[in-house]
Design a protein around this ligand. Structure first.
Ligand SMILES: [Fe+2]
Length: 208
């Protein structure tokens, strides 16, 4: 089970963001209207169906633990790995809402104890979006470490486009409020499903 009381949070979010939650939670695996936020006040447009413009994914510091040349793989999860498994899906769009095929996504993160593998490639990997601009990442919810809330680092780049670096965050984490790097525009939309924890985020990159 995800350790955050998500079932208690969702009604609060819905109360604050009626437009986003009035009917049902956003479906996973299809383009969503926006990336959600914990406070319900600052979602950013990321290419809702039919929309023509979006806002670039905010960039944040790379931090000290990036390792180049990660293996190409969509799953960072390994059998027996501690932590809560999560499948994160979404799309890469250009700022004019065209899906980006073959976009690079490179993810790296701490393990459930808040530790990075700086000697190998545990919880590190890159992948490319499919012909529809879609990606799917299987991993675990990262642990916190001093000064930092739960986060997954990423780099995203359209073919021949600008390489952008930033971080994804998790809603309902108390340490979000005390993390100076945290940005609510980079919050995953999280759902608990019968099949486990699911996350959703759409990346928006400059047009090549
Ligand atoms: Fe980090």
């Amino acid at each position: 089970m995800y350790k955050k009381p998500l079932t208690g949070i969702v009604p609060v979010i819905c109360a604050l963001v009626l437009a986003a939650c009035a009917t049902s939670a956003p479906s996973i695996g299809t383009p969503s209207a926006n990336n959600s936020d914990a406070g319900g006040t600052a979602s950013i447009p990321t290419c809702a169906a039919g929309s023509k413009t979006a806002i670039l994914t905010p960039e944040l510091t790379e931090g000290p633990y990036f390792t180049a040349n990660s293996p190409e793989r969509a799953s960072l999860f390994e059998e027996g790995m501690a932590g809560t498994k999560i499948v994160i899906t979404g799309y890469v769009y250009t700022i004019d809402c065209k899906p980006v095929a073959n976009a690079l996504l490179d993810f790296w993160q701490a393990n459930a104890n808040g530790e990075y593998d700086n000697n190998g490639y545990t919880l590190r990997g890159h992948q490319f979006t499919d012909a529809n601009g879609h990606y799917e990442l299987t991993t675990i919810v990262p642990g916190i470490y001093p000064g930092r809330t739960e986060h997954i680092h990423f780099k995203v780049q359209a073919p021949n486009g600008k390489l952008m670096t930033s971080q994804l965050f998790f809603p309902g984490v108390s340490q979000n409020d005390s993390d100076g790097i945290f940005d609510q525009r980079l919050l995953l939309a999280i759902q608990e499903t019968g099949d486990g924890l699911r996350g959703q985020y759409n990346f928006v990159v400059p047009a090549p």
